[in-house]
Design a protein around this ligand. Structure first.
Ligand SMILES: Cc1cc2nc3c(=O)[nH]c(=O)nc-3n(C[C@H](O)[C@H](O)[C@H](O)COP(=O)(O)O)c2cc1C
Length: 362
């Protein structure tokens, strides 16, 4: 492997100055670019020697980066956020790129196509994305087969669970439970996605009673599984992903229900329905992510850290530079995740964040 060539590819500057502009120019549809990127990552996923060569340059190993959160050991605190690898086609590739954990999905009980295309829009000047995918995915059973074939990873694997579009809200718990049961053996933790703006009424599941019923069912299932498993097995952690559009008092209610029901942690935040931070107006519907979300997500993380110190906290939203990640951790998150920053900064963003964290750790 010519190290000069690989070294050049690994350079964030090359990505931002040449590769990204070429991708954006030749692929005006952001989803097509994503599909091409995922095909390349799928190749890396399947090609162990290539993955090892990339990992040798991208994985930052240092005891100061390690975290134990929710009883799980993370080699570093930088994760891939939900929605990037919706169908678990490239988990090993993300491990090779230096992520400390990945959250696959969001997966639903029923396979579903999502909303009509186009449904993803870039705002390069603002380092933002608007998407209204609507949980397009292959369904929980296919994902389980894929994960069985993949085998265990060296980093924690989170699985994000959502509600199928055809399932009425009143039957949501059964829908999530089906996916949890199908995927229980493969995930290290499960993220309950009740905060996507792109499935009609999904966010109503953040409301007190509905959330209570849903979490009661899911936590009971993980406890029952642990009780029937090997002796002293602890239940697999459930975390809840929240919207940045919640008022602080609504957020407090969510936190109270989570704590009461034995939820292990919170992922804050999903995309926003707000449109502040865009330099050109848009009528595209969907959730906004990236730079416009940085401050709001950080504020919510700080609020959760202060008011629910017993819950683990994964900070996500607008981490566009390594320093943004450091500030999210400073705000009280134990772990961080990136999505839009990975698109704008390139494949070695996790490595760059980890290096920065080590530099600032002294
Ligand atoms: C195109 C796109 C698709 C997404 N799909 C999902 C998803 O399926 N499940 C989920 O929990 N979050 C999803 N998200 C939200 C991200 O995981 C993340 O919470 C949000 O984008 C904020 O982080 P960021 O600013 O780093 O992108 C998606 C985000 C984007 C941009």
């Amino acid at each position: 492997m010519p190290s000069g060539f690989l070294g050049a590819i690994l350079s964030g500057v090359l990505y931002e100055k040449i590769i990204r502009p070429v991708i954006f120019a030749t692929c005006p549809d952001a989803e097509t670019a994503h599909e091409r990127g995922m095909r390349a990552l799928g190749l890396l996923n399947r090609h162990a020697p290539l993955a090892r060569a990339v990992a040798a340059r991208a994985v930052v190993r240092d005891a100061r980066l390690e975290r134990t959160v929710m009883g799980l050991r993370f080699p570093n605190p930088v994760g891939l956020a939900g929605g990037f690898d919706k169908n678990a086609v490239a988990p090993r590739a993300f491990e090779a790129l230096g992520f400390g954990f990945i959250e696959i999905g969001t997966v639903t009980r029923h396979p579903q196509p999502g909303n009509p295309r186009p449904r993803v829009f870039r705002f390069p000047k603002d380092e933002a994305i608007v998407n209204r995918f609507g949980f397009n995915n292959d369904g929980a059973e296919i994902m389980a087969c894929r994960l069985a074939a993949t085998g265990p990873l060296g980093i924690p694997l989170g699985i994000s669970l959502g509600k199928s579009k055809i399932t009425p809200l009143e039957e949501a718990a059964e829908d999530y439970l089906f996916s949890l049961r199908a995927l229980h053996d493969f995930g290290d933790y499960f993220a309950v996605n009740v905060s996507s703006p792109n499935t009609p009424n999904l966010r109503a599941l953040q409301d007190g009673e509905a959330l209570d019923a849903l979490l009661l069912a899911l936590v009971a299932e993980t406890r029952a599984r642990a009780a029937h498993g090997s002796t002293n097995a602890t239940p697999k952690p459930i975390v809840v992903k929240v919207a940045p559009d919640l008022t602080l008092s609504a957020l407090d209610e969510v936190l109270a229900v989570c704590a009461a029901r034995g939820v292990a942690g919170i992922v804050a935040t999903n995309t926003t329905l707000a449109r502040e931070g865009l330099s050109r107006p848009t009528t595209e519907e969907g959730g906004l992510s990236g730079r416009p979300l940085t401050q709001r997500s950080r504020e919510m993380v700080a609020h959760i850290a202060k008011h629910a110190p017993g819950l683990a906290l994964i900070g996500v939203g607008g981490i566009m530079t390594p320093d943004d990640a450091a500030r999210m951790l400073d705000a009280g998150a134990q772990l961080v995740q990136v999505y839009t920053g990975f698109v704008y900064r390139g494949p070695f963003f996790a490595r760059d964040i980890n290096r920065h964290l080590l530099q600032t750790a002294g």
